[in-house]
Write a protein that binds this ligand. Structure first.
Ligand SMILES: [Zn+2]
Length: 297
């Protein structure tokens, strides 16, 4: 089965983006973004309506989504975060008469970076997406690493042991609660001594070189560096990419040099991810083509 054109979705807690994409990952029309509807079942209904408009022009549907996706690329099995109620039970295959291939958003994004982006040509790549939470995509020895159930790449292991910060998973001091955008907001509240301070306060404050902003950002960036060192030591990658809204503000030269001095594996390059918002769409489309044409991923 040759796949020339797919309708690709990127589904998150705040927006659903979609576009048609060719077999080489080129976006063929403008990416359209909808707010994610909150009512139970509304997201699936919206997807079905959009797919119906494109169905006669496409060979398949590719979905990049928040949440753990099973190894058959058909359903979500967990970790959906802030997705609306009922979304986890979406029957993706029933949304279209064409084949539907679903993949986790971090996995989709790292595949896009590996094939077309800043990790092109490298077979060992880590993408850390720093958003509200932390998304992890792993390419190991040229393959997308998903684990036995599709859940590989979680960052809910403790990085300190004194019950300092409660993580969204219900336990204390996971790497995620030190590396995410939420972590930067916690640093902001402490540095500004203001419960209303957030990561946005820090980003604004950095423009004026405000001391609390500089302090909060420094503390957060140090933890990002520790996270990078963990992945570099475990996977010995050529490249580690940072993506997501917070990735713009990182001091890459400094973190690259310092993290490379801390690791016991071999030197790697730290870079910003290449695709700002469309990595999920592009990666899901590329993976969809590979899977339906029965090529290795
Ligand atoms: Zn956790």
């Amino acid at each position: 089965m040759k796949i020339n054109k797919v309708l690709a979705f990127d589904i998150g807690g705040t927006k659903i983006a979609y576009a048609t994409v060719d077999r080489n990952g080129k976006i063929l029309n403008e990416v359209i973004r909808h707010p994610t509807p909150a009512a139970p079942g509304a997201a699936a209904k919206l997807l079905k309506t959009i797919i119906a408009q494109f169905e006669d022009q496409i060979d398949a549907v590719a979905v990049s989504t928040a949440g753990t996706v099973d190894r058959t690329n058909s359903r979500i099995t967990g970790s959906v975060g802030n997705m609306p109620e009922g979304y986890m039970d979406t029957d993706f295959k029933a949304l279209s008469a064409k084949p539907v291939v679903v993949e986790n958003d971090a996995n989709s994004a790292v595949w896009a970076e590996h094939v077309l982006g800043n990790a092109k040509g490298h077979d060992n790549v880590i993408l850390l997406t720093l958003g509200t939470g932390v998304g992890v995509g792993i390419i190991a020895d040229g393959r997308l690493l998903v684990g036995k159930s599709g859940a590989a790449g979680e960052v809910h292991f403790p990085v300190r042991y004194d019950n300092n910060r409660l993580c969204g998973c219900g336990r204390y001091d996971c790497l995620e609660i030190y590396m995410s955008g939420k972590a930067l907001s916690l640093e902001a509240k402490a540095a500004y001594k203001d419960d209303n301070a957030t990561s946005h306060t820090v980003i604004e404050g950095l423009k004026q070189n405000a001391l609390p902003a500089v302090t909060a950002f420094h503390n957060w960036q140090e933890m990002v560096k520790n996270g990078i060192v963990i992945f570099a030591d475990i996977f010995d990658p050529e490249v580690i990419l940072l993506g997501g809204s917070m990735a713009h503000f990182i001091d890459y030269k400094r973190l690259n040099d310092e993290a490379n001095r801390m690791i016991v594996t071999t030197p790697f390059k730290l870079k910003e991810a290449s695709f700002e918002n469309d990595a999920g769409l592009i990666g899901a489309a590329l993976l969809c083509v590979q899977k339906l044409e029965k090529k290795a991923v």
